[in-house]
Design a protein around this ligand. Structure first.
Ligand code: GLN
Length: 206
C-alpha cells in the first residue's frame, strides 16, 4: 500500500483523543510504522504511535512491532524506555503483532545474532534469511484460515525451528514465515504493504 503524505505528520488516528482503551500502539522508533497506521485507518481501528515511554498509556490494548532494522529498533527500544513497557504488555498476555524485524524482536532465539529482545515467541529465527541483496520477493500462501494471502518479503527472516508453544501459520518454499502463539502474531513478510487487510483484522480480533 502506498502511504499518503498525511502520515508523515500523523501521531495518532483522529478518534484517539478521548480513548481510555482499545487503542493499538504502533512502535515508531524506526521502520515501516506508517503503513500499519494506514492499514488500521482503513479498518477504522484507533491507533497511536509509540515514540517514547510516556506514549504507552492505559489506552493501549494491543501493540504492533513494524518492519525495519531490528538491531536499531532494539537499541532505540532500550534508550526510550519503551522496551520495558512492551515487555510488560507481552508478559500480561495482551495482543502483539510483529512483522519482519518485529518477528525478530519477538523471537526466543536468533540463529545468526547474539541479541535476544522480547524472547516471547517459541521459535528460532534467522535474520536476512534470503540474503541481503536478493532477499526481496512476493509470493502467495495461506495464513492459517486466511486463504491466498499476498506475501511481500523485504530482506526478511524465516523461522528455522518452531517450539511446541507456537503454531505454524504460513510456509513458503518449505520455510516457516508466519506464526501464532496465543495473542502473539508474527510474520516474516509485510501485510501492511499490501491492500489485503485480513491479517490485520485477525490481529484486531485477538
Ligand atoms: N533485515 C531486517 C533485520 O534483520 C528486517 C527487514 C525488515 O523488517 N523488512 O532486522
Amino acid at each position: 500500500m502506498v502511504v499518503a503524505v498525511e502520515y508523515i505528520s500523523k501521531e495518532a488516528s483522529d478518534d484517539v483523543e478521548n480513548a481510555t482503551h482499545g487503542v493499538t500502539g504502533i512502535l515508531a522508533v524506526q521502520g515501516a510504522f506508517a503503513e500499519h497506521a494506514a492499514m488500521l485507518d482503513r479498518l477504522g481501528a484507533p491507533w497511536k504511535l509509540l515514540r517514547a515511554a510516556d506514549d504507552f498509556d492505559g489506552s493501549i490494548d494491543r501493540v504492533i512491532l513494524p518492519g525495519g532494522e531490528s538491531t536499531t529498533q532494539g537499541k532505540l527500544l532500550r534508550s526510550t524506555g519503551l522496551f520495558e513497557k512492551v515487555a510488560a504488555h507481552i508478559a500480561a498476555g495482551k495482543p502483539v503483532f510483529g512483522t519482519c524485524a518485529g518477528m525478530i524482536l519477538l523471537a526466543d532465539r536468533l540463529e545468526n545474532d547474539d541479541n535476544v529482545y522480547f524472547a516471547a515467541l517459541d521459535a528460532t529465527v534467522r535474520r536476512n534469511a534470503y540474503g541481503r541483496q536478493l532477499g526481496s520477493f512476493a509470493a502467495t500462501a495461506d495464513f492459517g484460515e486466511v486463504r491466498d494471502f499476498p506475501l511481500v518479503f523485504i530482506r526478511g527472516p524465516y523461522v528455522v525451528s518452531v517450539g511446541p508453544r507456537a503454531q505454524v501459520m504460513t510456509e513458503v518454499n518449505g520455510n516457516v514465515v508466519g506464526l501464532k502463539q496465543g495473542n502473539i502474531l508474527a510474520t516474516a513478510f509485510h501485510p501492511e504493504l499490501t491492500d489485503d487487510t485480513r491479517i490485520h483484522e485477525l490481529f484486531l480480533s485477538l
